[in-house]
Design a protein around this ligand. Structure first.
Ligand code: 6AU
Length: 479
């Protein structure tokens, strides 16, 4: 039960305070919408992403009933927590924290926005005892990064920060990340709830809220992955998947340049990556690589040489760098067998920047010798070398089996699935095919398709079909 100290205030204010008590999350959101603090349209974010909505809460301070209302709601949320000081992140959250401090009768302190480099160098305004606990209030949380930065500064000044309170949480499951840093996040209202409120009040349409959810999920995908992924090439691939709305890797196994480029002309727009078997080409020459790189640049796809290295470190080092193909110079990714042990990765990637690999964890060929123990060991090696291992080549005959594999893949690494066609089946040498739907529902990040596309009557139309069927499942799975 909140006790309001109203005795020192006049009647007019008392009435407002009664109004405060009726402030609800719904009302708060609708009022923010009324004053233009929640905007819809197209906004370019700091990251460069174009967002269909934007929160600008700065003007909230000019609406006392909103400001006091949010302070009341925050008090209600944090009243049972244990802290000695209250702080707000300047500028917008500072007046909220001031009101909270007043209501709870707990002292306010705050951190300067610009670090002081002269005088006492005291960066905290207000008096406090070192070693005591402070709760930090912010109006909006997106990535949690600025709150964590603030917490670090408080800690550096001798305070403990164990709790954060935020009014609007537009992040996606950031609690976990903050918890890992031993701070609890208390969010008054999340984006999902905000959209529901606005939709029920007919302030936005169903279509708008679906769009916004899609947008935040795609951004959050970058964001969450950014945190887990040490491998920048993996990140590039994920961004291209989003940009091209394609999970399709084309396996272009033909033996001459003419056919090769004829097929690329029809498919380049629709693929996220082109997989080559460079040693299949009868007419390979240096110009081929120049042309291939130009295509990759113009059509925004990555190059993946499916070399399946499988020798000792010293040998693969030379195979990767030298010979006529000089694979290291042009392939963003290569495939590697982990069978020889981790030395193979040392040999391949020592001193190499900007290159990565996929380890073969479970092949698509019938009767292959990769059993569960082998696959698990591959994941272990891949995790240890995640700087140069973006993920794994995995095949399974059903989405359930594939899901089991996916669950074992280390965080931040991907699963690419070969042996994919529109219909399940097998070729004459035991290549097994699973459907696009099973591959994607089983958790594949990309499907690798060769003959299903390059032997189709209408190559472009078929590539689009694979792309769209895969993307639909990938995109929907984010909800
Ligand atoms: O769609 P396909 O069967 O015409 O082509 C599949 C492509 C081929 C294989 O060499 C490759 O995928 N592949 C791989 C990879 C990518 O390493 C592993 C595997 O287990 N099965 C498989 O088919 O270029």
């Amino acid at each position: 039960m909140i006790v309001y100290r109203i005795n020192s205030k006049n009647v007019q204010i008392k009435q407002i305070i009664i109004k405060h008590k009726t402030m609800t999350k719904e009302l708060f959101i609708l009022r923010l919408h009324d004053i233009g603090a929640i905007k819809f349209g197209e906004f370019t974010l700091k990251s460069g992403h174009k967002s269909p909505f934007y929160f600008d809460l700065r003007d909230m301070i000019s609406y006392p009933e909103i400001l006091s209302g949010i302070a009341d709601l925050i008090v209600d949320m944090i009243k049972d927590l244990d802290f000695n000081y209250i702080s707000g992140v300047p500028y917008t959250a500072l007046p909220i924290a001031t009101l909270v401090s007043d209501i709870m009768d707990i002292p306010l302190i705050y951190m300067r926005k610009e670090e002081k480099a002269y005088g006492t160098k005291n960066n905290i305004i207000g008096t406090f005892e070192k070693g005591s606990k402070c709760i930090v209030i912010d109006d909006l949380i997106t990535t949690g990064e600025s709150l964590m930065e603030t917490a670090k500064k408080f800690i550096a000044e001798g305070l403990k920060v164990t709790d954060f309170a935020v009014a609007i949480d537009r992040s996606n499951n950031i609690e976990q990340k903050i918890m890992n840093n031993a701070c609890n996040l208390h969010s008054l209202i999340k984006l999902d709830e905000i959209l529901n409120i606005l939709e029920s009040a007919n302030r936005i349409s169903k279509g708008q809220s679906v769009n916004i959810r899609k947008f935040t999920n795609s951004i959050n995908l970058d964001k969450t992955n950014e945190k887990n992924i040490q491998n920048i090439i993996t990140k590039k691939l994920l961004l291209k998947i989003e940009a091209k709305k394609s999970n399709l890797v084309l396996s272009l196994d033909v033996d001459n340049q003419k056919d090769f480029f004829k097929i690329i002309d029809k498919t380049a727009k629709h693929i996220v990556m082109l997989k080559t078997h460079i040693d299949i080409l009868n007419d390979f020459d240096k110009d081929f690589i120049i042309k291939l790189k130009e295509y990759a640049l113009i059509h925004n796809f990555m190059i993946f040489e499916d070399r399946k290295f499988a020798d000792i470190g010293n040998t693969v080092r030379k195979q990767y760098r030298d010979g006529i193909y000089k694979i290291k110079d042009w392939a963003n990714f290569i495939t590697v067998h982990a069978l020889p042990g981790e030395g193979i990765l040392q040999g391949l990637f020592e001193g190499v920047e900007n290159r990565s690999s996929f380890l073969l964890a479970k092949m698509s060929s019938k009767g292959n010798l990769m059993n569960d123990t082998y696959t698990r060991n591959v994941f272990n090696i891949g995790e240890k070398y995640s700087k140069n291992v973006s993920g794994y080549i995995c095949h399974a005959n059903s989405k359930e089996e594939l899901r089991l594999l996916k669950n074992k893949i280390p965080k931040g690494q991907l699963m690419l699935m070969p042996g994919v066609k529109l219909k399940a089946g097998e070729d004459e040498t035991g290549q097994q095919y699973t459907t696009v739907e099973d591959a994607m529902q089983g958790g594949a990040d990309c499907i690798i398709v060769g003959r299903g596309i390059i032997e189709a009557e209408d190559i472009e139309k078929t590539a689009i079909e694979y792309k769209e069927r895969a993307w639909k499942i990938y995109d929907d799975a984010r909800f």
